[in-house]
Ligand binder design. Sequence first.
Ligand code: IMP
Length: 193
Amino acid sequence: MQADPYSGPGIQIHDLKFVPLITEEAVQARVKALGEALTGRFSQQNPLFISILSGAFVFASDLIRAFKGDCEIGFVKLSSYRGTASTGAIQTVMGLEKDLKDRHIIVVEDIVDTGRTLHYFLDQLEQHAPASICTVAFLRKPEAAQFSVPVDYVGFDIEDQFVVGYGLDYEGLGRNLPGIYQLPKTEDQPASI
Ligand code: IMP
């Protein structure tokens, strides 16, 4: 990264330049609204939020604090991405230790791209006979969809371009950005940032 990559209109991460897409203020307002919607539906049911690591940890942490009522949180680690493209194969690197039977589950995903990860995970979840499954994705790329997966709540639908920030990384960097930054399409690439 360059000396102060987080100031100015764009950022450089490794070899790529990203431009701002969603401000921190817009992110926070949307997460608050999602938290309120989930509160309206689950505040009396002690839901179990399941955050898919690594990307969803930032979103999940804000989302549970926007949720008013008893709730629990668990984590699973699934992995399908290398660099800016999906590898196609999903790995469960770390599993859940909680009993899911008869629980109201809220699956928290950072971004639904092809939908492969969520599709794989929902298949696994259903085998544990939960009372209900609700899915929340902070971002979704409708044009990239290859698997039909139910997403009950979406923060933002975005175009099919690679993004970083708010938990999402490019080769390990960018997760701590409070807003979302996008890789411009080739024709929109800025000459310099
Ligand atoms: P899917 O299985 O293709 O839907 O991809 C899901 C996972 O890939 C997400 O949970 C992210 O971790 C990662 N991913 C997909 N798109 C992006 C992106 O634009 N930036 C960073 N990570 C991404």
